[in-house]
Ligand binder design. Sequence first.
Ligand code: ZN
Length: 136
Amino acid sequence: MKVQKLEHIGIAVSSLDEAIPYWENVLGLKCYNIEEVADQKVKTAFFKVGDIKIELLESTSEEGTIAKFIEKKGQGVHHLAFAVDNVEDALGDVESKGIKLIDKAPRLGAEGLSIAFLHPKSTFGVLTELCEDKNK
Ligand code: ZN
C-alpha cells in the first residue's frame, strides 16, 4: 500500500452555520458542497485549498462520533484522509502490519468516496482515513 496524496483534512465543528463564515469571509475560500452522511451522523461542508480539501464535520446526533469527539477534545482537527488506489487492499495490508482498524471493510463516505478509518491508537494519535474515489 502506498498513499497517493493527502485527500482532505477533517475538522470537527459544533455548528457548520457558525464555522462556514470563518472559512469564507476570513480565509476567502468557497464552500462548494454541503452533504449529510446519515450513516455517520454528520453533516459535512467542503472547501478546496489548492489540491487539498477541508471537510468540516457537524454532528447530527448527540450520539454521533463527532459529538463525542467535541465533548472530549473540543472543536478542531479530527482526521487526515489519504487517497489510496484500493481501500480494501490497503486495509488488508495495514492490518497485516499490525495496525488496528476501526473499519474492517470500506463504507460510503461524503462525495461518493469509499472510506475506512484506522484506529488512532495505532497511528500515533492521528485518526487516519483511507479513501478511494470510485467515481474516477
Ligand atoms: Zn473525511
